[in-house]
Design a protein around this ligand. Structure first.
Ligand code: NAD
Length: 287
């Protein structure tokens, strides 16, 4: 297949390389990055012109809208626009509508699995869009990822992503608070873990990605809180969740509290570039 790949950063470059390794012809475009091993075009529209599928992996919805305005008029009828970025639901739906009006197929397919999953081709895709669009994209999703969940019409992939990450941000924040409280109460961290990991306090944040070093399976806390999943990306996703909640009148005070916690950590403290589980050393002196 002829594929255009726009946005070749930490995630996009390894995803594009996996498509090349599987035998597809990939033409990339990025305003700044020049990753090795990929053929690059001069413009986004130039990359998109002969592509059967145009994949985007961009920082946010405003940039996605600008790139979509460039590439949609250049794409051949029947081609598919596959956005894998994490963006706001409104931008995902607006871009899908423009693509549809131009006779194109469109999918929002944000991912979980991070840079490791992008490199290994084991990402999970949360997909919004039509069955026809998914059928066209599925062979590519199967190369870049291990699992695809069709969540409904356009925008529903982004909706699933931000709902999941709102749970993740809130559970990680409160798991860090629980360890810090345990420290101050004189409760050993391993004992706290042994109880909570097999009791009703159990969550992915505790048992798969434990924020306390030396406790539970190996996680970024055992590596000086190098990301992993950076705190600023968590702040971004929690911000998208609150933006969506305001738009539809959903009441999400826990998600809002988690956003405020991560925003303070990233903007006012030393959180940028640290893993999102590094809320724990911020709350407790114990290392
Ligand atoms: P990144 O900043 O490394 O890459 C984004 C790339 O887009 C950059 O290379 C940038 O130069 C390029 N870009 C910006 N404007 C552009 C334009 N107009 N045209 C073409 N290229 C342009 O970010 P990333 O970590 O690769 O993340 C990409 C997306 O994936 C984001 O939406 C992020 O939220 C999401 N995501 C990231 C992770 C992660 O662990 N990094 C995990 C899941 C989802």
């Amino acid at each position: 297949m002829n594929i255009a790949f726009i946005g070749l950063g930490n995630m996009g470059a390894p995803m594009a390389r996996n498509l090349v390794a599987a035998g597809h012809t990939v033409t990339g475009y990025d305003t700044a990055a020049t990753p090795e091993g990929l053929t690059l075009a001069e413009t986004a529209a130039g990359a998109a012109r002969d592509a059967e599928v145009v994949i985007t992996m961009l920082p946010n919805g405003a940039i996605l809208r600008r790139v979509a305005a460039d590439v949609i008029p250049a794409m051949a009828p029947g081609a598919a626009l596959l956005d894998c970025s994490t963006v706001d639901v409104d931008s995902a739906r607006a871009v899908a509508e423009q693509a549809d009006a131009a006779g194109l197929l469109a999918l929002d397919a944000p991912v979980s699995g991070g840079i490791g999953g992008a490199e290994a081709g084991t990402l999970t895709f949360m997909v919004g869009g039509s069955d026809a669009a998914l059928k066209k994209a599925q062979p590519l999703l199967d190369i870049m990822g291990g699992r695809t969940v069709h969540c409904g019409p356009s925008g529903n992939g982004q909706a699933a992503k931000i709902c999941n990450n709102m749970i993740l941000g809130a559970t990680m924040a409160v798991t860090c608070e629980a360890f810090a409280l345990a420290d101050k109460l004189g409760l050993d961290r391993q004992a706290m873990y042994d109880v909570a990991s097999t009791s009703s306090g159990q969550s992915w944040s505790l048992t798969t990605y434990c924020p306390a070093p030396g406790v539970g399976p190996t996680s970024p806390s055992d590596n000086g809180y190098q990301p992993g999943f950076a705190a600023e990306l968590m702040a971004k996703d929690l911000g998208l969740a609150q933006q969506a909640a305001r738009a539809v009148g959903a009441v999400t005070p826990m998600g809002d509290a988690a956003l405020s916690e991560y925003t303070t950590f990233v903007d006012a403290e030393d959180g940028r570039g640290r893993d999102f589980s590094a809320l724990l050393p911020r709350l407790s002196d114990k290392s």
